[in-house]
Design a protein around this ligand. Structure first.
Ligand code: FES
Length: 146
């Protein structure tokens, strides 16, 4: 099957029920998206599919053919971090950082729809992302600042 990731076409020879997360990490060596719960509950594996943040662990790769997939590796442009990535750095919005790529992807999805979200809108939009280190206040600040 063919998938497009970070504006590059790939041919994959994998069973249809392979998760998008496994396709990215194991077959394409794009390891920025993380495996957390494997059940769509933690957000560590989120990627953008046609601009919407989606849990790749519960998304069959066969379902995303002919769609645009953007991973954390695809956010940087011309050597410059995406403004959300830069804001996470500036605000020190991580501790262990395992959740960070999923957090940043969800925040980019939110900012694409709503460039100036309120604090409450950020909190609501980030409900699907869990940070075990609980640096939520810094994460929220970074998203508002970006
Ligand atoms: Fe996909 Fe937790 S690993 S949501």
């Amino acid at each position: 099957m063919k998938i497009n990731v970070n504006s590059t076409d790939y041919n994959l020879d994998v069973p249809d029920n392979t998760s998008l997360l496994d396709a990215l990490r194991v077959h394409l060596n794009l390891t920025g998206s993380k495996y957390g719960c494997g059940e769509g509950a933690c957000g560590a594996c989120k990627v953008l599919i046609d601009g919407r943040a989606v849990a790749s662990c519960i998304t069959p790769v066969a379902s995303v053919q002919n769609k645009s997939i953007i991973t954390i590796e695809g956010l940087e442009k011309d050597g410059k971090l995406h403004p959300v990535q830069q804001a996470f750095l500036d605000e020190d919005a991580f501790q262990c950082a395992y959740c960070s790529s999923g957090m940043i992807i969800s925040a980019v999805g939110l900012k694409t729809k709503n460039p100036k979200p309120s604090r409450q809108q950020v909190i609501e939009a980030m409900q699907g992302n869990i940070c075990r280190c609980c640096v939520y206040p810094r994460i929220i600040n970074a998203i508002i600042k970006a």
